[in-house]
Ligand binder design. Structure first.
Ligand SMILES: Nc1nc2c(ncn2[C@@H]2O[C@H](COP(=O)(O)OP(=O)(O)OP(=O)(O)O)[C@@H](O)[C@H]2O)c(=O)[nH]1
Length: 209
């Protein structure tokens, strides 16, 4: 076990069907690959990162995160295309620390200060999961790595690929409420990019900021 206290898992293993040709994680966002935008933000609040992906993505992703400020490991899905819960299980299984932030590769506006807040809310619990509206944001949350990896496996074993089904398998987790999100997060933190048009629009925002 290495001496790291906060890690980040970036989920990259989806097929990005709405994006079309190419790997969404590597999409150019104003000169920087999408996954690198997320990695650079997480690197300001995490000591180590794990990219979770399919085997054929490894080389491209490693190149995209070369020179990142913190060490970056890659954890591949043992079985591809089992959904985000499987990706979370694989990513969290490769984490050394007790807690890890899990963030989707398509959330380039993730607010590092909010991620730090999620770490503080998760402390002593199995997870801190934001609920800014109707839905839980399970792909921008902090989990106790061993508990959530096991919970995802249990959910998958009963045929449930949804991450919220894995939350039912945890003993003790906290909801980060809409009020907390408003107080601690940048409004755009949960924005995710699914299409090429959305990537182009986001690129314009990065260029003008
Ligand atoms: N490891 C892994 N990650 C996944 C899988 N499916 C989705 N993800 C990740 O979960 C996050 C949210 O998924 P989506 O927005 O649905 O992404 P996607 O499946 O790549 O895109 P669509 O096919 O357009 O829905 C993204 O970071 C994906 O990379 C999977 O089967 N395995």
């Amino acid at each position: 076990m290495t001496d790291v206290s906060r890690e980040g898992v970036v989920l990259c293993g989806g097929y990005s069907t709405r994006f079309g040709d190419g790997d969404k994680a590597l999409a150019d966002l104003a000169g920087t690959p999408l996954v690198r935008r997320v990695a650079d933000r997480l690197a300001t609040v995490c000591d180590r990162l794990v990219l979770n992906c399919r085997e054929e993505q490894v080389e491209g992703l490693r190149t995209a995160v070369e020179g990142c400020d913190v060490p970056v490991a890659v954890a591949t899905d043992p079985v591809p295309d089992r959904g985000p819960a499987a990706g979370i299980a694989a990513g969290l299984s490769a984490v050394d620390s007790a807690y890890a932030a899990v963030v989707a590769c398509d959330m380039p506006f993730v607010d590092p200060a909010f991620v730090a807040y999620l770490f503080s809310r998760a402390d002593g619990h199995d997870a801190a999961v934001p609920r800014p509206g109707e839905w839980y944001q399970t792909t921008q949350a902090v989990y106790r790595a061993d508990a959530m990896a096991a919970a995802c496996e249990r959910a998958l074993n009963r045929g449930e690929a949804r991450v919220v089904a894995a939350l039912d398998e945890l003993d003790d987790w906290v909801t980060v409420t809409e009020e907390e999100v408003r107080a601690h997060a940048a409004p755009e933190t949960f924005e995710n990019l699914n299409t090429k048009a959305e990537v182009r629009e986001a690129a314009r925002r990065f260029e003008s900021s």
